[in-house]
Ligand binder design. Sequence first.
Ligand SMILES: [Zn+2]
Length: 309
Amino acid sequence: MKFIPIAYALGIVVAASAAASAQVKANVVTTTEDLAAIGHEIGGDRIVIESIAKGYQDPHFVEAKPSFILKLQKADLLIVIGRELEIGWLPPLINNSRNARVQPGSSGYLDASTNVRILEIPTGQLTRAMGDVHPSGNPHYWLAPDNGRQIAQAIRDRLSELIPASKAYFAQRYSDFDARLGEAEKRWAATMAPYKGTKVVTYHRSWPNFMESFGLDVIGYVEPKPGVPPSPTHTLELIADMKRLGSKVIVVEPYFDLKTAQAVATQVGGKVLVLAPSVGGVKEAADYLQLFDYNINLLASTLKSLAGK
Ligand SMILES: [Zn+2]
C-alpha cells in the first residue's frame, strides 16, 4: 500500500515535466557540429539541436543523404556557417525539404557569419578559378574564440525572436557561456604566449582565425589552393620556404591524407600535427571550449618539444 502513492506522485511529476518541455522545445538543425555545440550552450533544454555534418568530415564536401532532408523538413531553425562553406551540398537539401521556415531569408534561417571577423576576403571579382573553395572570404571563422562569442550572440538573438517566452533563459545561458569562454581565453593566451610569432604551415586554409587569435604566422599551405590537392612543384616550393623561414610544424585536418605533409616534415626536420578543426573532429573535442583546449594543448606541447631539440 505504501508504495502506491509514491509511484503515483512520481508519475505526475514526470508527466508534468514532459508536457512543459514538449511545449517549448524548438527543432534546430545546424550544418556543422561547432554550430550545434554553441547552439546547445544557448538553447539548453528549450531546444533539440542536431548537426548535419560530423566534425571529422571536410565541411566543404558533405555527402547529401536523404535523411538530411527529413531533418530539415521538421526544423524550426537552420543555422549555417555561410560564406559558401556549404554551397556544394546544402542548397539542394533546403530546396527538397520544402520547408518554408528554413529557406534563406526566412526567420528560421540563420547565417552565423553576419557579425564575425572574416579573413582573406578576395579583392576584385569573386572567382572559383582553379577550384578555389573560398571565393568569398575564409569560412573557417569559428576557430577564433571571439567569433564563437559572436555566433553565440546571433543564436541567442534569433532563438529569443522565435521563442520569446524563453528570452531570459537564453540571455542567462549566453552570459554563462560568455563568462566561461572569457576565463578560457585567458588560459589559452597564457599557454600560447611563449610561441608568439612561430611560423607554421597548414594543409588547408582552415586556421587563419585560430592562428591570428594566438599570434602565430601561417607561412604556407600543403594545398596549392583551397580545395586543390598537393602538386610536386608546389610541395618543393613549400619545402624551400619552410627551410628558409625556419618553419617546422605542419597542421593537418583529420580528413586529409598525411603522406605529403609527412614527406615535407621529413625534409625540414619538422613535425606533422593533426588538429581538430571542428567539435567532434576528435573525441576529446566534445564541445566548443574543449575544441580549443585540445588544439592548444597539443600545439603548445609540440612547439615546446621542437624548441627543446
Ligand atoms: Zn575551406
